[in-house]
Design a protein around this ligand. Structure first.
Ligand code: ADP
Ligand code: MG
Length: 246
């Protein structure tokens, strides 16, 4: 087993004091490839943001020796504004910011790397295209190229293949496998259980509280999945109970 990289200790994360993730403890090991799975509203995105330090624990703690720039993060598609007037090449080049500083000079090494990253994701020739003109799959390739350039130790992906065509998904899964082969630590929120089983050796299954965390085959058991679903149904009932009485 490799070294512990990030420890979660009784972690609770809340919005306006309403906990979205309760009392999660466990370890992300260096070089591991982990899926975060669970129903809608389970706290998966919240957990990812807490891991990268964008959200603070309401209780418990996250410990690691990493810097903010050691994390590469791909937000859920809904959180990205694609109308921002920028071309593909510049969008990828922004991945170099952690190294050059926001107002630093972009080196010719960076532009070479950006070109290489675009070709690694199959987008050579797209450099001058406006990002708003791309298909969902092409845009996701741009974001992966950006992560390639960023060269982060820990890569956090939030539903990277949601609404993405099969061919792009396959190509991007290959990049994930390459990151894993390089020894990077990768954590991805996924909702496709077959994808989780096929490509992710470790799984963290959450339904606001932790249901399981360990080897995917153990965690994604029918009993655990049933438990996750039952917990999600209970939130739905709670939501109904909050509606004003007729
Ligand atoms: P998932 O990614 O598993 O679908 P989220 O982490 O997005 O779940 O959300 C977990 C819970 O936290 C949900 O009940 C959601 O409504 C709530 N939540 C998420 N983001 C916010 C926010 N910015 N403000 C308030 N509540 C939020
Ligand atoms: Mg989410």
């Amino acid at each position: 087993m490799s070294d512990p990289l990030i420890r979660l200790d009784n972690l609770t994360v809340a919005y306006e004091r309403h906990p979205a993730v309760h009392h999660v403890s466990g370890t992300i090991y260096s070089g591991s490839l982990t899926a975060i799975a669970g129903p809608n509203g389970a706290g998966k995105s919240t957990l990812l943001k807490a891991i990268m330090g964008e959200l603070r624990p309401a209780e418990g703690r996250i410990s690691h020796q990493l810097k903010r720039t050691d994390f590469g993060y791909l937000p859920q598609a809904a959180e990205i504004n694609r109308r921002f007037p920028i071309c593909v090449f510049d969008a990828v080049l922004f991945g170099a910011w952690p190294n050059s500083g926001a107002f630093g000079r972009v080196s010719s090494e960076d532009t070479d790397k950006a070109r290489a990253a675009l070709s690694a994701v199959g987008l050579q020739g797209f450099e001058k295209r406006h990002i708003g003109s791309l298909s969902a799959g092409q845009f996701q390739r741009v974001l992966f190229a950006r992560l390639l350039l960023q060269d982060a130790k820990v890569i956090l992906l939030d539903e990277p293949f949601n609404a993405i065509d099969a061919r792009t998904t396959r190509d991007l899964l290959e990049i994930v496998a390459r990151w894993h082969g390089d020894g990077r630590t990768v954590v991805a929120v996924l909702h496709d259980f077959d994808q989780v089983r096929a490509h992710f050796p470790e799984t963290l299954l959450i339904a606001r509280t932790l249901i399981g965390w360990g080897p995917t085959g153990d965690v994604m058991s029918p009993a655990n999945l049933l438990k996750a679903r039952a917990m999600a149904e209970r939130w739905d009932e709670d939501a109904q109970a909050c509606e004003p009485a007729a």
